[in-house]
Write a protein that binds this ligand. Structure first.
Ligand code: GRF
Length: 217
């Protein structure tokens, strides 16, 4: 039996992506994996309740408790390292990951972005704003992307993507929900399972997945 992949999940709010990972481990969609901790940058959010309900150690490291941003970043990195994770999962995490943490976990931090990178991503594109921009542009197709985190914003190697059609009458909220249900909650668990089973390598800045047919997520 391979050693279980130890993952720490960073959250900021609702935690629906965290819940998708918890449920996927429960039902065997994700194998060889254990969530060893959840860290939120906001106190009292639903994501923390979800962790506690699942019996997962959860803590809050909030920038509001630090006079200096650098001290918050140090505390966040220390809190992550204390769990000795193999992989850090950003699930609805709104914190810009400090460079020191990216370096400490090179190609061992993954993020879910609610659009098809390189579209509708980068600085200022997060949460509901992404879907607002998709609707403003009149795009027909959007979706979600799981990627490794590098020093840039949404610029790391892409692991999985899943497309979602925009429908007439969509509001940002309706579209966000559809993208979460049809894309995010499927490709995040799938990406973790692939990594947990040694299927994902990064070569020349690209993620490669051996013996895998894309589009079946
Ligand atoms: C989702 O739109 C996700 O794509 C984005 O943050 C939003 C909330 O995620 N990263 P969650 O429900 O907190 O997982």
């Amino acid at each position: 039996m391979n050693k279980k992949l130890r993952i720490v999940v960073l959250v900021s709010g609702g935690g629906t992506n965290l819940q998708a990972v918890i449920d996927a481990i429960q039902d065997g969609t994700i194998t060889n994996t254990e969530i060893v901790g959840v860290i939120s940058n906001n106190p009292g959010v639903k994501a923390m309740e979800r962790a506690e309900k699942a019996g997962i150690d959860a803590k809050c490291v909030s920038p509001k408790n630090f006079a200096v941003r650098a001290d918050f970043e140090e505390a966040l990195l220390a809190a992550v390292q204390a769990y000795e994770p193999d992989l850090v999962v950003l699930a609805g995490c709104m914190v810009v990951i400090p460079e020191k943490m990216v370096k400490a976990f090179e190609n061992r931090i993954i993020n879910i972005h609610p659009a098809l990178i390189p579209a509708f991503c980068g600085t200022g594109y997060y949460g509901l704003r992404v879907h607002q921009k998709v609707l403003e542009r009149g795009a027909r197709v959007t979706g979600a992307t799981v990627h490794f985190v590098d020093a840039g914003t949404d610029t790391g190697p892409i692991i999985l993507q899943k497309a979602v059609y925009v429908q007439e009458g969509d509001t940002p909220e309706i579209l966000q929900r559809r993208v979460m249900e049809e894309a995010e909650w499927k490709i995040m668990p799938k990406a973790i399972d692939l990594i947990a089973n040694g299927r994902v390598k990064v070569e020349n800045g690209k993620a490669c997945i051996a013996d895998y047919t894309f589009g079946e997520e």
